[in-house]
Design a protein around this ligand. Structure first.
Ligand SMILES: Nc1ncnc2c1ncn2[C@@H]1O[C@H](COP(=O)(O)OP(=O)(O)OP(=O)(O)O)[C@@H](O)[C@H]1O
Length: 265
């Protein structure tokens, strides 16, 4: 369904991603881990169409991914991306209105009634039915992320992109969110790409885990080489020794990164 073919991303002299080739089938749940700054968010933005490849191709069902976001893909960021001046229900409805009419941003009549019903059903699903008329500042962090997920899902995306969506949440709330996202993934038959800093979370949630890492380093030119996918693991079948090796390699890379920027740790 998604084919990544010899993909490169460079910002000027800074090579971020280097020659990545992968295929992902519909319904997979891919978790992405790697050191800070190695290009995970950039990769998600390319899947979304916010960023373009400098070399190579990114195909969805055989066609190049459109260079602007559309309703086939939805994204949830770590920082809450909801509209502060709208209540919960309106935040979900507006996400659908923008899709129908980006310039006017308004739906009327039967269409509007239908969207309100869909929005209420989604709020029920994500556990916000009783908070429909509250404003974002009245919500907890976990509730705001539930709202951001509902906003992404009302557009009925096939691919859901999650950029550390639970990074700012307490462990107990995170466990609830894990349960929710797995339910939504199955019910909506989504293909999910999720960035996380938490290797255990990546192993727990994903069907497949990718490690982004630089294979080559030049201390004189930190941007000369980009990250590749150094591990592609079917999650749940990974021996503990491999998990330990990955953790070790990530720590080593982090130290090299610090040496490159001249910072001591
Ligand atoms: N719009 C941009 N212009 C120039 N450089 C950029 C831009 N966006 C990202 N970069 C650079 O690309 C590299 C990868 O950034 P990215 O945010 O994708 O990393 P990341 O792996 O998601 O990091 P983190 O885990 O800290 O969120 C960094 O060196 C960053 O400075």
């Amino acid at each position: 369904m998604i084919a990544i073919d010899k993909l490169w991303k460079e910002y000027g002299d800074n090579v971020v991603l280097e020659n990545i080739s992968k295929t992902v089938q519909a319904g997979e749940f891919v978790t992405l881990v790697g050191t800070s700054g190695c290009g995970k968010s950039t990769f998600l933005k390319m899947l979304l169409g916010m960023e373009t490849a400098t070399r190579g191709r990114l195909l969805m069902d055989g066609a190049p991914i459109r260079t602007e976001p559309d309703q086939t893909r939805g994204i949830v960021f770590q920082q809450y991306s909801v509209f502060p001046h709208l209540n919960v229900l309106s935040n979900v409805i507006i996400a659908r209105e923008f899709e129908h009419s980006p310039l006017m941003g308004k739906l009327f009549g039967r269409q509007k009634t239908q969207v309100i019903e869909e929005a209420r059903a989604l709020l029920e699903k994500v556990g916000l039915a009783n908070a429909a008329l509250k404003y974002p500042h009245e919500l907890s962090g976990g509730m705001r992320q539930r709202l951001a997920i509902a906003q992404a899902l009302i557009r009925k995306p096939r691919v859901l992109l999650l950029d550390e969506p639970f990074g700012a949440l307490d462990p107990g709330i995170r466990a609830d969110m894990h349960k929710l996202i797995l339910e939504l993934w199955r019910e909506h038959q989504l293909t999910v790409f999720m960035v996380t800093h938490d290797l255990a979370e990546g192993f727990y949630l994903g069907t497949r885990l990718w490690v982004f890492d630089k294979v080559r380093h030049d201390p004189q030119a930190p941007g000369a080489w980009g990250a590749r996918i150094t591990y592609d693991l079917p999650v749940g079948k990974t021996p503990a020794t491999t998990v330990a090796a990955i953790e070790q390699s990530l720590k080593l890379t982090e130290q090299k990164f610090d040496a490159n920027t001249g910072e001591t740790t």
